[in-house]
Design a protein around this ligand. Structure first.
Ligand code: XMP
Ligand code: MG
Length: 170
């Protein structure tokens, strides 16, 4: 059940514009590959790429995760090779960090020129795998979040704002 609104449309749009401006400055001349982690980052990637004012490309990966300690695998890989590319990984939320830790390791093994992270939301208190997060939209408390692409069992992705949800998915 949806509880309170955490960030409204205007606050999200303003923060996404700031992130886009910082990314545009840092990646000028580098033709970065924006790499979104499906499905819940799709709305964020759509808005973020439109706020980036330099040439870039974007693509998506999808992962399946079976448990906290093992069994992360790609169910959709990148379309093009990442070798020699400047990759900006885009997530909706970093929680334990285990998902991105796996992706970072894989992209480095594939010899990307650089890999940085951009997350809309960061729930730092649940972090297990530490990592540098270069671009961060908002820090959130220990609540499950829905809306703006984020779902509870497939629901609420279409909502334009971000809300806390009363329970965590099983
Ligand atoms: P880890 O623990 O690997 O988790 O950092 C990151 C993945 O879990 C998803 N996630 C959420 N999805 N609402 C969501 O809809 C949330 O509050 C939430 N917290 C984590 C996230 O999409 C990411 O892929
Ligand atoms: Mg996700």
């Amino acid at each position: 059940m949806i509880q309170e609104q955490l960030f409204d449309e205007a606050a999200i749009a303003a923060r996404v514009r700031e992130l886009g401006a910082a990314i545009s400055k840092d990646y000028a001349g580098k033709n970065p590959m924006i790499l979104g982690v499906l499905t819940s980052s799709a709305v964020f990637v759509g808005d973020l790429t439109r706020s980036i004012e330099i040439p870039c490309e974007f693509d998506f990966i999808a992962l399946s995760r079976y448990s906290d300690t093992e069994g992360i695998r790609f169910i959709k890989d990148t379309t093009a090779s990442v070798e020699g590319r400047h990759i900006l990984l885009v997530e909706d939320t970093i929680d334990t960090g285990l998902t991105l830790q796996y992706v970072l390791k894989t992209l480095r093994e594939r010899q990307a020129a650089s890999v940085e992270i951009c997350t809309l939301l960061d729930r730092k208190q649940r972090r297990i795998a530490g990592m540098d997060v270069k671009y961060r939209g908002f820090e959130i408390p220990d609540v499950f979040v829905v809306g703006y692409g984020l779902d509870y069992q497939g629901r609420y992705r279409e909502l334009p704002a971000l809300y806390s949800h009363g329970s965590w998915p099983k």
